[in-house]
Design a protein around this ligand. Structure first.
Ligand code: ARG
Length: 577
């Protein structure tokens, strides 16, 4: 739950102070930021802004406001000071101790809030395609999507996850044609159906390149599928079922949470006619030269958005319109987010713009959470035909490498296999999560699996290290951290406590900008603050009983926050490794 030291409390203090000083019209000017280190925990330029508007001396006004704030701060949470018109706030030791107490009380709930209560959010990710093995691009979507789903839930939203699997479209005509005319390898089909189907698809696509009349045949097969032809339906259904089994296998291997819905593109087949009728009625559809139906977005420099092709086949776009409208009606979402790589940015821009023309507020309630591409350096793992690297290979390779590291580091460890599995996943996931999702990244094993630096294994290791200390100390004594003598607190302790207070706000921000890398950075900084503290300040060797108890509580809270943060990232926190 939200701590009392939060920004919200500061907003409250600042606004009542301004109001008491009759500066209420300037309320909208309140801007609280986190300053560079050395200037306290928060800072506001409100005095500067108001002084300029009302032609007052900024320094004097800042002092007046600061005085008023100190008067209202009944919790004694902040030391207020003025520097060059800025008002700076430093959390008091009392506030830091109080926050430490709430972490120990709230445990797994520290960092959660009810901000999103009553609002639904659709989080769509891991939108695989039927009959194709998922590639590393789908991995990014899975990992970042799973994290955002967890974060939205933690902030009280009714988060709904959906995959929007690619199970409809002309490509199924190609696949059916391939299946019927190119001899599938029965054994391969039985053992590894997805790979074999993908092979058939690739072969047929190449044939179509060379022999365009085949494309017409493929289109016919899809038309037959759309018209309900029994044989084609049966084949298609089999492709889908096999693929769903495969996706579930990957979901489990990646240990991402189960999905609430698994509504593939084909689910919207029945809704497409309604959408066309609705758009016709709203007069936003144009018929093209060859009979295709489209929405004209030239005016917005977005070209044409095709809904139905000249041969009557429906498009990926049309299914996305149906999806948005269905979700709106069914779930009345406040936000609908698509975690998809940036090669589809144009698609989503067209989608949202066109929905606006149809009267839906998609520019504000839908969002493409775009991902840069992740590539693997040549030779990192065996690649199948160069371009795509199967997710399965990536996970297996990570496990192999992790177990080797564990063997070296801690040969006595009991459940090595399980720990290696969780380190492997941490390495892969954290690599994705810790880079700004918009950037293109190159995956490297050494970086991902390193136990030093900003990596998943480093955070897991710091967490396990704390548990190791706690196990050795074997202390079960109850101790109220608020009783700690403030004078005895060391700067390294204060630094850890200060970092601990920031966690709820960091999570809150991820729920706003959907950038999990800031949560990663935060956890890394917290771990560094802890390690600096532990290097210089004795914990178990401390002779004073009370101080020792306090420090054990401090590290307990640190481990708790690392664990809570890792949970939101979808990463396990073993207590021993
Ligand atoms: N299946 C698509 C792909 O793999 C991604 C789907 C994205 N979601 C959407 N609603 N269009 O490229």
């Amino acid at each position: 739950m939200k701590s009392e030291t939060s920004k919200l409390y500061l907003y409250h203090l600042l606004s009542v102070s301004l109001s008491d000083l009759k500066l209420t019209p300037h309320l909208e000017k309140i801007d609280i930021s986190v300053p560079q280190s050395g200037f306290g925990d928060y800072s506001t330029n409100s005095a500067l802004v108001i002084a300029k508007k009302t032609k007052q001396d900024p320094k004097k006004l800042a002092e007046k406001i600061a005085g008023e704030i100190a008067k209202h701060d009944s919790k004694k949470a902040f030391e207020v000071s003025v520097a060059g018109g800025f008002i700076n706030f430093k959390l008091t030791q009392g506030a830091l101790l109080k926050n430490l107490g709430s972490i120990l009380d709230q445990r797994d709930l520290y960092g959660c809030s009810l901000d999103g209560e009553g609002k639904s959010v659709i989080v769509e990710y891991f939108a695989n395609n039927v009959a194709k093995p998922p590639h590393v691009g789908h991995l990014r979507s899975a990992v970042i999507g799973d994290c955002l789903y967890r974060v939205m839930k933690s902030q009280g939203y009714k988060a709904i996850s959906d995959t929007h699997i690619g199970d409809w479209g002309v490509q199924f005509g190609i696949l059916i044609l391939a299946f019927k005319t190119l001899k599938p390898n029965e054994e391969a089909l039985d053992k590894e159906p997805i790979n074999e189907l993908n092979r058939l698809y690739v072969e047929m696509s190449a044939k179509i390149e060379a022999e365009p009349t085949l494309r017409e045949q493929a289109k016919m097969e899809f038309k037959k599928l759309e018209d309900g032809d029994e044989e084609n339906r049966k084949l298609w259904k089999w492709f889908v079922d096999e693929s769903l089994k495969d996706f579930e296998k990957y979901r489990q291997a990646l240990e991402i949470l189960p999905f609430d819905y698994n509504l593939g593109e084909s689910f919207y087949e029945k809704h497409m006619p309604e959408v066309l009728a609705e758009f016709q009625e709203k007069k936003i559809i144009t018929t093209g030269e060859t009979g295709e139906l489209y929405i004209d977005l030239e005016e917005y420099a977005l070209g044409r958005c095709i809904l139905v092709k000249s041969d009557g086949a429906t498009t990926y776009h049309l299914r996305d319109f149906a999806t948005y409208i269905y979700r709106k009606k069914e779930f009345n979402f406040a936000q609908n987010i698509y975690v998809v790589d940036n090669r589809q940015s144009h698609h989503f821009k067209q989608l949202f713009r066109a929905l606006e023309l149809a009267g839906y507020p998609a520019e504000s309630d839908a969002r493409h959470v775009d991902l840069g591409f992740m590539s693997l350096p040549e030779g990192a793992i065996s690649t199948r035909k160069g371009t795509t690297v199967s997710l399965e290979n990536l996970i297996n390779e990570a496990r192999r490498r992790a177990i080797k590291i564990i063997e070296e580091k801690n040969p006595e460890l009991e459940n090595k296999e399980a720990v290696a599995k969780s380190v492997a996943l941490a390495a892969i996931k954290y690599f994705d999560l810790s880079h700004n999702r918009k950037t293109e990244i190159v995956f490297t094993w050494d970086k991902a699996l390193s136990f030093e630096g900003n990596t998943g294994p480093y955070l897991q290791y710091t967490h396990a290290r704390i548990h190791g200390i706690l196990r050795k100390a074997d202390s079960v004594e109850v101790y109220d951290v608020n009783l700690m003598e403030k004078e005895t607190l060391k700067p390294q302790e204060l630094e850890v406590m200060r970092k601990l207070t920031q966690f709820p706000e960091v999570v809150e921000k991820v729920a706003e900008d959907f950038l999990p890398n800031s949560l990663c950075n935060y956890l890394f900084e917290l771990s560094q603050a802890f390690n600096a503290f532990y290097q210089e300040v004795p914990v178990t060797q401390e002779l004073d009983g009370e101080i020792k108890l306090f420090r054990l509580k401090l590290i307990t809270a640190t481990a708790q926050v690392i664990k809570n943060g890792l949970y939101l990232l979808g990463i396990e926190a073993p207590e021993e490794m």
